[in-house]
Every structure is written in C-alpha cells, then in structure tokens.
Write a new protein. Structure first.
Ligand code: FES
Length: 101
C-alpha cells in the first residue's frame, strides 16, 4: 500500500494558493483551501499546463494556460467534466504536508 510522503511544509503553501512540488519523477500540486490541504497531479488534462501555478478561488483552480477550471478536492474539471486530474490523500503531520503517493 502506498505510504504518506512529506511533500511540503505547511508554511510553503499560503492559504488561498497552490504550489508545485517535484517528488521523484512526479510533479504534484498542493493547494491550501482555507487551511485544508489538497493534492493533485500538476499536469492539466488539456495540454499539460501547471495547475499548481494557477489561480485558486475556493476549491477551484484555473489552469494558467487556457483557463480550464478544476475542483481540487475531486480533480474533476468544471470546464470539461469528462476530464480530470488524479487526486491524492493528504495528511498534515505537525508542520509537514504529506501525500499518499
Ligand atoms: S493546458 Fe490547462 S487549460 Fe490548456
């Protein structure tokens, strides 16, 4: 079974924003929604834009390349509901944000 791996510090991802972290060969986006953390693949299902660099409003991130919107909790695109990005379980352990990879 996959284990939780430290990906970021709590203070690395300010509230209301996302950040990108490289974990091995994966690029993971971590989002801070009012103090709750969510993790998705960083790669947009449209043409591979970096979701972790997009604007976050509530639970919705907007891809910086062509503005597809995704719910960061479910990974489902609001723009194209048949498209989604993978989501990961997140655990906050003290100052660490851990993701089950
Ligand atoms: S690459 Fe994300 S909307 Fe086009």
């Amino acid at each position: 079974m996959a284990e939780f791996v430290r990906v970021a510090g709590v203070s690395d991802v300010p509230m209301g924003s996302g950040r990108v972290f490289e974990v091995g060969d994966r690029s993971i986006a971590i989002f801070n929604v009012d103090g709750s953390f969510f993790a998705t693949d960083n790669t947009c299902a449209h043409r591979g834009g970096p979701l972790g660099e997009g604007e976050l409003e509530g639970e919705v991130v907007t891809c910086p390349w062509h503005s597809w919107e995704y719910n960061v909790r479910t990974g489902i695109s609001l723009t194209t509901p048949s498209a989604s990005v993978k989501t990961y379980d997140v655990q906050v352990d003290g100052e660490d944000v851990k993701v089950r990879l």
